[in-house]
Design a protein around this ligand. Structure first.
Ligand SMILES: *Cc1c(COP(=O)(O)O)cnc(C)c1O
Length: 375
């Protein structure tokens, strides 16, 4: 935890659970990514954390935005972004929402099926469209599975048909999976993308843009390669597959932009054993899966958790406060907390700036959504 956040907790003693996020760290993250990928335009994936303070900061830094709904588009516009800096990147949109986005000036849309392409053609004529292709998700701690994207043959067919429908076949997108620990995962996707560029060019369709997606990781309990390693691996893959005809590129970072900027403070509500000879303590916190820590599902994302106590530690099970048995954070993963941990202690859950506030339920069991402070 950095000094600025530590000072805020010490001086303000905010009620728990709450997230405190340091905007200076977001700025550092933006600069690091812009430096690592100097030729790519950055479209911040708004869903990672849509707080107005973050959006306004990113507008000031010159970022563009990847959005998933009209509500997100409105938030980005309210923060001062121009509509030509907005991509409507969700491949699953109601036609009425495509029309609303178009009304607001958005002209860049994602699709991965014929039906979605038809909706865009009807509601956003003349717009630029990009087709999302499937990736394996290998190497990612939070894979995005087969829900998004189509295979390469279908992408080729759909992009060929796009021009005839009155939209501009503009590019290809993919997402290698969130919290992607392997910088080389862009390689295979770019090989397929470059082949598609060539196939379509032979048919007279000249694509202009590759959307490299998100996936850049933040540090949780274990080290991840630095942002520069991703920049280098991606540039190498672009060179290998596109030679000296590298197209316009964009990236859609979410997690890497805000993850390490936030700390959630939580209070220990209960410490209990399940039987007289049970050697593992259950530690129940005032934040859980429904309070913002949804990415602990299957213990996929493992946040570093700290206590101010420094004594001997022992293994614990960590759970949230709600009346749902799914609300266990970590049972299999090796989490240790001090033996002298007490009810009423505060714990810090680090690297929680991404995918927390928006995942908090609005009132399951009457618990209010996660409080947020941007400093
Ligand atoms: C969620 C999402 C992102 C951001 O992914 P991260 O792994 O957080 O960087 C980018 N693009 C699309 C289309 C997404 O759905």
């Amino acid at each position: 935890m950095n000094d600025k956040i530590a000072r805020f907790f010490a001086e303000r003693r905010p009620a728990t659970p709450c997230l405190v996020l340091d905007l200076d760290v977001v700025e550092e993250n933006y600069t690091a990514l812009a430096t690592a990928l100097p030729d790519a335009r950055i479209y911040y994936a708004v869903k990672a954390n849509p707080a107005p303070h973050i959006l306004e900061l990113l507008v000031r830094l010159g970022s563009s935005f990847d959005t998933a709904s009209v509500q997100e588009i409105d938030m980005v516009l309210a923060a001062g972004a121009r509509p030509d800096c907005i991509s409507y990147g969700n491949t699953i949109k109601k036609q009425i929402d495509i029309a609303r986005a178009y009304e607001r000036g958005v002209r860049l849309f994602a699709f991965d099926s014929i039906a979605e392409l038809d909706k865009i053609a009807a509601a956003a004529p003349g717009s630029r469209v990009f087709c999302r292709i499937l990736t394996s998700g290998e190497g990612a701690e939070w894979p995005l599975s087969r829900k998004f994207g189509c295979d390469v043959a279908m992408a080729r067919d759909l992009l060929l048909r796009a021009a005839g429908k009155g939209v501009v076949p503009f590019g290809i997108s993919f997402h290698v999976g969130s919290q992607q620990r392997d910088p080389n995962q862009w390689h295979a996707a770019l090989a397929a993308t470059a082949q598609l560029f060539r196939d379509l060019e032979a048919e007279g369709v000249e694509l202009k843009m590759v959307n490299l997606g998100g996936g850049f990781p933040t540090r949780y309990r274990s080290d991840v390669p630095p942002t520069e390693a991703y920049g280098a691996a991606i540039f190498k893959a672009l060179r290998t597959h596109f030679g000296n005809r590298i197209p316009e590129t964009i990236v859609e970072p979410g997690r890497v932009m805000v993850g390490n900027a936030g700390v959630i403070e939580s209070e220990v509500v209960l410490i209990a054993h399940k039987s007289a000879d049970d050697d593992r303590r259950w530690v129940y916190l005032d934040v859980g899966k429904f309070g913002g820590l949804a990415e602990t599902m299957d213990e996929a994302i493992q946040y570093p958790i700290h206590s101010h106590r420094t004594g001997l530690t022992e293994r614990v099970v960590l759970a949230g406060p709600s009346c749902d048995s799914a609300d266990v954070l970590y049972e299999r993963a090796d989490y240790r907390l001090p033996v002298d941990l007490c009810i009423g202690d505060r714990l810090q859950i680090h690297a929680t700036g991404a995918y927390t506030t928006t995942y908090a339920s609005i009132g399951f069991n009457g618990f209010p959504p996660l409080q947020e402070y941007y400093i």
